[in-house]
Design a protein around this ligand. Structure first.
Ligand SMILES: *[C@@H]1O[C@H](CO)[C@@H](O)[C@H](O)[C@H]1NC(C)=O
Ligand SMILES: *[C@@H]1O[C@H](CO)[C@@H](O)[C@H](O)[C@H]1NC(C)=O
Ligand SMILES: *[C@@H]1O[C@H](CO)[C@@H](O)[C@H](O)[C@H]1NC(C)=O
Ligand SMILES: *[C@@H]1O[C@H](CO)[C@@H](O)[C@H](O)[C@H]1NC(C)=O
Ligand SMILES: *[C@@H]1O[C@H](CO)[C@@H](O)[C@H](O)[C@H]1NC(C)=O
Length: 457
């Protein structure tokens, strides 16, 4: 969640301090309020604390709504970039830049067509075809100039109702491939949608498979499964990581075999130095450098840490990017660098309010030889890669994943609203879209038009 640039830095600190107090007082309640507070940030003129409390009902609605219609069974989606998912290793401190600095410091306009900027100059991109600020319902202005075309050969978008897709493409060995993507029910179950055809992976509930039931005896407080990820793991197995909103932690499930739809073992919470990591939207990067990394959102920053096993992290926890709150949903892919034969790690993430049309998709990137744990070795693409489009009827495109598409090219799957008002009516009516995600010569995803999605559902 990003804060509007118009909001003072002091206000951000105040809200964060308040949230910390709440956290100490009642962790569970604070979590709900904190997520809700993100929604409130835009309304700078109102009583923010009162509003934040009120937002709890909105969060409940969001969850209830998701539970209402999205949770089905799917077969599996996967991320193909897994092998590619990179995780980095290093740490630095990413401080928020005062808004004035962001806007006025000279020499920060960035280089190249997309105004790429180094660490220290990352900034939100509201106004790039989307609403002008978090919480602003300004009609998105469509300016397709210079954007890569929206392509999705062989697929009828939207795929169906859903959100937070993390597609993985699993070769079947007979020339076919299985697309898989996790699904959740905000309760005790973890699902995988799976199909050889993207066209029915969300449309056909028979493609949605329960891969794990958390027991209400073992988990009397519930789990609250949300926003899961699936990654190829050692020994041909699959690591399924899932947000547990009941206690704001992340949990790991490991397949017992090489069957992505087979039995999964509960590895419990992902811990760091003996303590459960806090946050949501986990994503695992298996890096060509031989290391594995976990990247996620702690509600404020997209963070990254080295994974030393499927459920333990070690070393520094690094803040990569934030605009104050809830910058979220990291996902990764390695594109070839056609200029010098290297590879470029792309870390896409979402910024803006998750329930509004200013939610959009951004990209950080670095060379494969760089250290993912060193923020100073990351760059930001200056323009958002996916933004709302009124003419195409796509609002709030974000929280998605890269994968190998049916035509062999790199694709990106994501959720978006059909309605400019997003989830303001309390219903999280997102639909999953997939489209080609082309990169430039240096291996960075090019800002792309969102695919038109006539309602066929
Ligand atoms: C929303 O956009 C309008 C028009 O651009 C602007 O006047 C208003 O200040 C914005 N509101 C917020 C909260 O940014
Ligand atoms: C490969 O196997 C899958 C699952 O058994 C099947 O659905 C698919 O049609 C097969 N593909 C080919 C080309 O035979
Ligand atoms: C999960 O529980 C459901 C019943 O609620 C059952 O049908 C299903 O087989 C279980 N799946 C697994 C993987 O335990
Ligand atoms: C790990 O936890 C112990 C006990 O809380 C603490 O003393 C130590 O500093 C921690 N180490 C790291 C690297 O965070
Ligand atoms: C390739 O170019 C990138 C910058 O785009 C640079 O970081 C990297 O070190 C280069 N790699 C090689 C092998 O020249």
């Amino acid at each position: 969640m990003a804060l509007p640039q118009t909001v003072s830095f002091g206000w951000r600190i105040g809200v964060l301090a308040w949230l910390c107090l709440l956290w100490l007082a009642d962790e569970g309640t604070a979590l709900s309020i904190r997520r809700s507070t993100l929604n409130v940030k835009a309304d700078a003129s109102s009583d923010r604390i009162a509003a934040a409390r009120g937002q709890q009902s909105r969060l409940a609605l969001r969850k209830g709504s998701r539970g209402r219609s999205r949770r089905r069974r799917g077969d599996a989606k996967g991320k193909e970039g897994h092998a590619n998912k990179a995780y980095g290793a290093k740490q630095g401190e990413n401080r928020l830049l005062p808004a004035g600095n962001i806007a006025t410091a000279p020499g920060h306009e960035g280089v190249g067509r997309w105004h790429d900027v180094p660490y220290g100059h990352f900034r939100p991109s509201f106004g790039n075809g989307a609403a002008t600020a978090p919480g602003n319902k300004t009609t998105p202005q469509d300016d397709p100039t210079g954007l890569a075309p929206a392509l999705a050969p062989g697929v009828t978008n939207a795929l169906g109702e859903g959100f937070d897709p993390q597609f993985l493409t699993v070769p079947l060995g007979n020339g076919s491939q299985l697309f898989v993507t996790p699904d959740v029910n905000f309760g005790l179950q973890a699902f995988l949608r799976a199909s050889t055809d993207l066209n029915d992976i969300y449309r056909d509930e028979a493609k949605n498979h329960v891969i794990f039931n958390y027991s209400s005896t073992d988990y009397p407080e519930g789990v609250g499964t949300e926003a899961a990820d699936i990654t190829p793991w050692d020994g041909g197995r699959f690591l399924y990581t899932v947000s547990a909103v009941a206690d704001d932690t992340m949990r790991a499930l490991l397949s017992r075999t090489q069957d992505v739809l087979g039995e999964y073992e509960d590895l419990g919470r992902i811990t760091h130095n003996g303590t459960a990591l806090k946050g949501f939207d986990p994503h695992v990067i298996v890096h060509p450098n031989g290391k594995k990394y976990l990247t996620w959102s702690n509600h404020e920053y997209v963070q990254i840490v080295e994974l030393t096993s499927a459920n333990t992290a070690d070393g520094p926890i690094v803040n990569l990017v934030s605009y104050g709150v809830n910058t979220e949903a990291p996902t990764s892919w390695f594109y070839p660098n056609r200029i010098n034969g290297s590879q470029t790690l792309n870390l896409a993430y979402a910024e803006g309010n998750f329930y509004q049309s200013n939610y959009n998709t951004r990209v950080l990137f670095q060379d494969v030889s760089s250290d993912p744990l060193d923020p100073a070795q990351w760059y930001q693409r200056g323009a958002s890669t996916l933004s709302s489009s009124s003419s195409r009827g796509v609002f709030g495109p974000g929280s998605g994943s890269f994968f190998r598409g049916p035509d062999g090219q790199t694709w990106f799957g994501y959720g978006a609203f059909d309605d400019q008002d997003g989830a303001e009516d309390g219903k999280n009516d997102r639909f999953v879209r997939v489209q080609v995600a082309a990169a430039d010569d240096k291996g960075v995803w090019i800002p792309t038009q969102v695919v038109e999605t006539p309602k066929t559902y």
